[in-house]
Design a protein around this ligand. Structure first.
Ligand code: ATP
Length: 511
């Protein structure tokens, strides 16, 4: 099945099974804003726990905070967001649809990459074990030609972005003959800059209301609290501050479901280091973060690093962790070496000293910062994309979410085979015993087969069935979601079996 079709099915599945709903649906929705349902919120909480504990619990020198969404508006002037938090937009005059000019060009680059991958796939099949990818890349005419096109386009694009040359971005779109997917025409407007921050007013207008912004990133809440945390926590450099919270961006193009939202949640960690050591720390965090992603077991080849074409004005190194979504490799997380830009700017705009006194060096300096920044919602979509499976069985088809058990919303479903003979009571007793450790669900409706399918569809890793034999020997059948294997164990063993597989501790051991 085509990848786009799978993605459409995944979106429908998220709605049908209580994971994600369109916001304000009964009023026809609100663009790029979503609500999480009863299972969605559990998965989201588990993702946050995986991230928070891996940062704050596993690292003695990383602590957390929770700063407010509203902040003094001068913060956004100092950070550069008021003047430079822009995306280049372009409209198609026929369809009246709006696009991000940089994204149109990135998609064109991805198309060329696709052509190269297809050639490689074909050749791999043809040559089997004897296939030498390096040699093939160096000698195959079609690959060489596509690689040359890619290099030329990439260099031109990177230069246009770095020079902030909007006319050149438009010219690239024209020269590459990029057409609007809706109208099919190449009738484009000029490229303009668009600021992504949402503004609102604080205080009543008669008082002279203050224009404030909904934060477009959580990082600034960390920077302006750097001194508070360093002093009150007696933190010694290098140390990090972590935060999870909402961020808001008035995205120009909001497609691809929860991949790009106008209200979303970020998990950011700013790591403060001695000037001159930041690039080493950048490498260290790059590796830690990649391990964190790969530990979930979705296949190492589905992740890659992508080096930025254009460095943000504050960065001296930046890389994205990309995952192979059904719509191609896309960013899940950014790792940036932000220099001392933010703290220096806040020193300048606030007039307060924001320094660190290094007792070994006997001098004060403005620390440099390496940040790791990941979207909760994008991570959620990554996990759902990787977990969604349609499996053909002997006489049936099943849709199953193979979410890693440690992150699954419901860990255990307990089912009496029939609604009589005391079986429901035993099932309830099992839940009462285990509900303090795991999220459990009781299910007695429909045939056992239908109940298994329902639990597969929400990704429950374990189902336990109570039957008449249970009355005799206290054993139940435990059924495993991924293999569908069943085994007979005693009631007292269930907790141990599940605990082993849903333990964050075991997951952390891989990082
Ligand atoms: P993009 O290039 O996709 O617009 P970005 O490079 O601007 O993203 P960052 O500012 O580095 O993104 O934000 C860090 C992380 O926050 C991203 O890796 C992503 O996971 C998440 N994120 C950013 N914008 C959005 C959004 N509109 N919706 C959901 N998640 C987002």
């Amino acid at each position: 099945m085509a990848q786009e079709d799978i993605f459409k099915k995944l979106i429908a599945h998220c709605k049908e099974y209580g994971y994600v709903f369109q916001s304000s649906e009964i009023y026809d929705g609100l663009g790029a804003v979503y609500d999480y349902g009863q299972y969605g919120v559990e998965l989201k909480n588990n993702i946050k726990k995986y991230w928070w504990d891996s940062m704050v619990m596993l690292n003695e020198n990383v602590v957390g905070i929770d700063s407010a969404i509203f902040m003094h508006p001068t913060i956004w002037k100092a950070s550069g967001h008021v003047d430079a938090f822009n995306d280049p937009l372009i409209d198609n005059k026929d369809s009246k649809k709006r696009y991000r000019a940089d994204v149109l060009i990135e998609e064109q680059l991805a198309k060329i990459e696709d052509k190269i991958s297809k050639e490689l796939e074909k050749a791999k099949k043809r040559f089997g074990d004897a296939f030498d990818e390096k040699q093939f890349r160096e000698t195959n005419q079609r690959v060489l030609e596509n690689q040359k096109n890619w290099d030329n386009l990439h260099n031109r694009f990177a230069k246009a972005l770095n020079d902030g040359n909007l006319d050149e971005l438009r010219q690239i779109i024209v020269d590459e003959e990029i057409a609007c997917p809706i109208s099919g025409t190449r009738n484009w407007t000029d490229v303009r800059q668009f600021n992504l921050m949402f503004a609102t007013e604080m205080g009543s207008t008669s008082d002279g209301a203050l224009k404030v912004y909904l934060r477009p990133e959580t990082a600034q809440g960390i920077f302006v609290n750097y001194l508070n945390v360093q002093k009150t926590g007696r933190m010694k450099i290098p140390f990090g501050i972590a935060q999870i919270g909402k961020a808001f961006r008035n995205e120009i193009v909001a497609r691809q479901f929860i991949f790009r939202m106008r209200e979303f949640e970020q998990m950011e960690m700013q790591f403060f280091v001695k000037p001159g050591t930041e690039l080493d720390w950048f490498e260290t965090w790059k590796n830690i973060r990649m391990k964190w992603h790969r530990s979930l077991g979705f296949g190492d080849d589905n992740y890659r690093f992508h080096v930025h074409e254009k460095l943000a004005h504050y960065a001296n190194a930046a890389v994205d962790v990309e995952y192979k979504f059904p719509f191609g490799f896309k960013e899940v997380e950014g790792i940036h070496s932000r220099t001392d830009f933010d703290l220096s700017q806040h020193e300048k705009y606030s007039g307060k000293k924001i320094r660190y006194f290094d007792s070994e060096m006997n001098e004060s300096y403005v620390p440099f910062v390496v940040e790791t920044s990941i979207g909760v919602d994008r991570m959620f979509l990554q996990i759902m994309s990787a977990s969604y499976c349609e499996e053909q069985l002997e006489n049936d088809m099943r849709v199953v979410l193979k979410i890693p058990p440690v992150l699954a919303p419901v860990k255990l479903a307990v089912m009496p085979l029939v609604k009589k003979d005391g079986l429901p009571e035993i099932a309830r007793r099992i839940i009462d015993e285990l509900k303090f450790d795991f999220n459990c669900q009781y299910d007695e409706k429909d045939s056992i087969g239908k109940r298994y399918r329902r639990q597969d569809a929400i990704g429950t890793p374990f189902c336990v069935t109570v039957d008449t034999q249970t009355l005799d020997d206290n054993t139940i059948t435990i059924r495993y979601r991924d293999t569908m294997k069943q085994e007979r164990v005693t009631i007292t063993e269930i907790g141990k079996i599940i605990r082993q597989q849903v333990s964050f501790k075991n997951l952390f051991a891989n990082i």
